[in-house]
Design a protein around this ligand. Structure first.
Ligand SMILES: *[C@@H]1O[C@H](CO)[C@@H](O)[C@H](O)[C@H]1NC(C)=O
Ligand SMILES: *[C@@H]1O[C@H](CO)[C@@H](O)[C@H](O)[C@H]1NC(C)=O
Ligand SMILES: *[C@@H]1O[C@H](CO)[C@@H](O)[C@H](O)[C@H]1NC(C)=O
Ligand SMILES: *[C@@H]1O[C@H](CO)[C@@H](O)[C@H](O)[C@H]1NC(C)=O
Ligand SMILES: [Zn+2]
Ligand SMILES: [Zn+2]
Length: 356
């Protein structure tokens, strides 16, 4: 069980004490403001399922089941989903909560509904191999790979080329700015592993093919308009890398004031992780966590991302742990040692870690 879970469970427990002004706190939550403000984004309508209990029926619940099916939490092919909150839906909610590092309640509580409605990557959370989420070693590894652990297999030193679709770009950001965003995003990964990325002029022969697409764009994974799914990329050695053209992409939030603006560099960095073979992580801070709030940056690789990609490709000989990664490392050690105290000193450790 993850130490995040313990800490978060206690936090939720505190929140739910009757004297604690939980509802007032939530009104200051940026997401609550966001969803109250924007009535039109994908998945906003799911807000009506908040606190729906098992055994009840709410019109449109089948859409929520389709959501869980799409992201790998329900696997009943060709089922005509009903609007009943049934056993299958409860199991889906449980594994969703577990997989995203939420409090595992099996209920459509605030935390869960907030996470469900956040914009996210279109890749399924399930199509991967969970064997790396183990606490047998002293650190918990939460990164994951696609089924079969595919990776690029070119001979070393490995060089991958990328190119932008000549016909499927957005016009409100300069091409040169987009190119520098991607250059920086690729370089974060290449600093960790012995793989170089270079931009190629010839799109048709590039290893990684990047483009912005609207709605159904021919690969069976249609985009869905404002927010909802932001982007998707294929596992190795496919190289297709697609962004939803309906998003308001931003390079700098000072220039792009829209409330639904999405940080291009954060999404680019996440999708490159998929291109290289990483699936979704359950570490909330990791670049490979599936969701990303609007107007939020999450560009820097975390320890979980680095360890995941280095286990696939090895380490770049010049790789250096930055101070933020070192901080990441020492806090994961601290969490691991507090785990060992449980169950005897678990509560003490929890209260202590809340104060850190
Ligand atoms: C919702 O968003 C779509 C696409 O951005 C737009 O065409 C439509 O007019 C919007 N509807 C409302 C009610 O705002
Ligand atoms: C799903 O619905 C269609 C049309 O309503 C029906 O023909 C089909 O038999 C249903 N499938 C299942 C598995 O219930
Ligand atoms: C990759 O980049 C490094 C550093 O820039 C360089 O030393 C190395 O030769 C490059 N490898 C290839 C295959 O280009
Ligand atoms: C790209 O490469 C392909 C295959 O080598 C070639 O047929 C095509 O002419 C090239 N396109 C350009 C624009 O150079
Ligand atoms: Zn993803
Ligand atoms: Zn696509």
């Amino acid at each position: 069980m993850s130490p995040y879970y313990h800490t978060f469970a206690l936090f939720i427990l505190l929140l739910s004490l009757p004297s604690f002004p939980a509802r007032i706190l939530q009104q200051n939550d940026p997401l609550t403001e966001l969803t109250a403000d924007i009535q039109n984004n994908t998945w906003h309508a799911f807000v009506k399922f908040l606190d729906a209990g098992k055994g009840t029926q709410v019109t449109g619940m089948s859409e929520l089941k389709k959501y869980f099916q799409r992201f790998g939490y329900l696997s009943i092919p060709d089922q005509n989903f009903t609007d009943f909150f049934d056993q299958d839906l409860e199991s889906a909610v449980l594994s969703y909560q577990k997989n995203l590092g939420l409090t595992v309640t099996g209920k459509l509580d605030d935390e869960t509904m907030n996470e469900i409605m956040l914009p996210r990557c279109g890749m399924s959370d399930a199509a991967h191999d969970h064997t790396h989420s183990s606490s047998l070693l002293h650190t918990t590894k939460n990164y994951a790979y696609f089924y079969g652990r595919p990776r690029w297999t070119k001979s070393s030193p490995m060089m991958l080329t990328y190119s932008f679709s000549p016909n499927s770009m957005i016009d409100y950001i300069d091409a040169s700015e987009i190119r520098s965003v991607f250059k920086r995003s690729f370089s974060r990964w290449s600093s960790a592993i012995p793989v170089n990325f270079t931009e190629a002029d010839n799109y048709s022969t590039a290893d990684i093919k990047i483009g912005f697409y609207n709605g159904d764009h021919g690969d069976g994974e249609p985009f869905d308009g404002v927010l909802g799914v932001l982007a998707h990329a294929f596992s190795p050695e496919n190289g297709r890398f697609h962004l939803d053209a309906a998003e308001t992409w931003a390079v700098d939030f000072d220039d792009q004031r829209s409330r639904v603006a999405v940080d291009l560099e954060s999404v680019a960095t996440h999708e490159i992780g998929h291109v290289l073979g990483l699936a979704h992580s359950k570490v909330k801070d990791a670049v490979m966590y599936p969701s990303l709030s609007p107007r939020t940056k999450k560009r820097d690789l975390k320890l979980d991302d680095v360890e995941g990609v280095q286990a696939l490709y090895g380490s770049n000989p010049n790789f250096k742990y930055t101070s933020s990664l070192e901080h990441d490392m020492s806090s994961s050690k601290r969490r691991t040692s507090s785990l060992k105290w449980t169950p005897f000193f678990g509560m003490v450790a929890l209260v202590f870690s809340l104060c850190l």
